[in-house]
Design a protein around this ligand. Structure first.
Ligand code: SF4
Length: 376
């Protein structure tokens, strides 16, 4: 099953930590939607015969779209692709956009999953991150969405925001638990060079949280969510039973996906395409009825290593048979002593030909993956 990702490259303001592609000038929003519809039509054969089972509107801030703009995009997807019955259709939303009226429009368009960028329930932290919403809006938007009938809600939370102790993080998690979202994605605050925090770091105006502090907050996250029945199905993603993100899971399982919009990526199992991350250049190319992207053909070794890297981060692990039959690589045979050592140290298990990291192993997932990489 394939997925379609639609990148909406507009935001109200720039969060200090964010290095995604977006513009705070929304004047070209309608033109952008039209161009994206055109790109959908040009790319209608990209996924071959694979039906589309998930559609994901990310960004940027898709909740800035009007109901009409959203409907235009989704109709274009349905007109150009075979979409399965009951597809998962996710919309990323910011709390300050989620009024009851807007949520009704989203529902009418077929959105059946919300991913809400809450990040924190504390005003000083929200201000520090330069988020456009406040703590009240963060709490209220989940309740309003639930009242409007959304029963598949994910919230994003950021940990390792510099602080004196873990109290605010524990309070954030308690507030989250009281709201009962079906899914939580939680990421460590990392500082990227081309962001406001990156600039501050360079000028000595910002101090990142210590590694130990971040690791302790991650442990608090794991224990709190586990105690409330959430399963960690990927390092940063937790869900109640039956509510994992089908769209993201397909990425990790190496299913095909098509990315539409500036900066969106596509993957067809043999190559990757990267759309230009520039609104004006993207629009100019579509105005000339062409696409602006770079393409990379994946070498067998790249595919093996990508699969190891992403697979080990998930609860499904690496399917040894899949690597052997589809990628002609015997991961176990190449690494038998190393894998047996991981198992002996309680860092991994082998179940039905799947190499799966234990919770302790997941903390070392990137290092273990690079130890297992195929080398030429
Ligand atoms: S709203 Fe999201 S995409 Fe926009 S700047 Fe903030 S984190 Fe980045």
């Amino acid at each position: 099953m394939a997925g379609i990702y639609l990148h909406i490259p507009f935001c109200k303001q720039a969060c200090h930590y964010c290095d995604f592609h977006f513009s705070t000038n929304q004047q070209q929003k309608t033109t952008m939607v039209r161009a994206m519809v055109q790109e959908i039509s040009i790319q209608k054969n990209y996924l071959g015969d694979d039906p589309v089972s998930t559609i994901y509107l990310g960004g940027g801030t898709p909740s800035l779209l009007t109901g009409d703009e959203l409907q235009t995009l989704l109709s274009a997807v349905h007109e150009n692709f075979e979409v399965t019955a009951l597809p998962e259709i996710t919309l990323e939303a910011n709390p300050d956009d989620l009024t009851a009226a807007k949520l009704k429009l989203f529902k009418a368009c077929g959105i059946n999953r919300l991913s809400i960028g809450i990040q924190s329930f504390h005003n000083p932290h929200l201000h520090f991150l330069n988020r456009a919403h406040n703590a009240d809006e963060a709490r209220q938007c989940v309740k309003i969405a639930q009242e409007e009938g959304f029963d598949n809600i994910s919230i994003d939370l950021i940990y390792a925001i510099p602080a004196e102790d873990h109290r605010l993080w524990q309070q954030d998690l308690q507030t989250a638990m009281q709201l009962h979202p079906q899914h939580i994605s939680s990421y460590c605050l990392t500082i990227e060079e081309k962001t406001v925090f990156g600039q501050w770091l360079k000028k000595g105006r910002f101090r990142e949280a210590e590694e130990d502090f971040a690791a302790e907050q991650f442990e608090i996250l794991l224990h709190t969510l586990q105690a409330h029945g959430y399963e960690q199905y990927e390092i940063s993603n937790f869900s109640l039973p039956g509510y994992h993100s089908r769209h993201n899971s397909n990425y990790w399982k190496k299913e095909k996906y098509l990315g539409i919009g500036p900066s969106a990526h596509s993957y067809d199992q043999v190559s990757r395409q990267y759309n230009v991350a520039h609104n004006v250049r993207y629009l100019k190319a579509l105005a000339e009825n062409r696409l602006a992207y770079e393409k990379e053909w994946l070498q067998p070794q790249d595919q093996i290593n990508e699969y190891i890297l992403t697979g080990l981060r998930t609860k499904w692990g690496c399917d040894l048979m899949k690597i052997k039959t589809e990628l002609q690589y015997d991961l176990y045979a190449h690494n038998a002593p190393y894998i047996e050592d991981l198992i002996a140290r309680g860092l991994a298990t082998l179940q039905d030909q799947h190499l799966i990291l234990t919770p302790q192993g997941k903390l070392l997932a990137d290092r273990i993956a690079s130890d297992l990489f195929a080398v030429s």
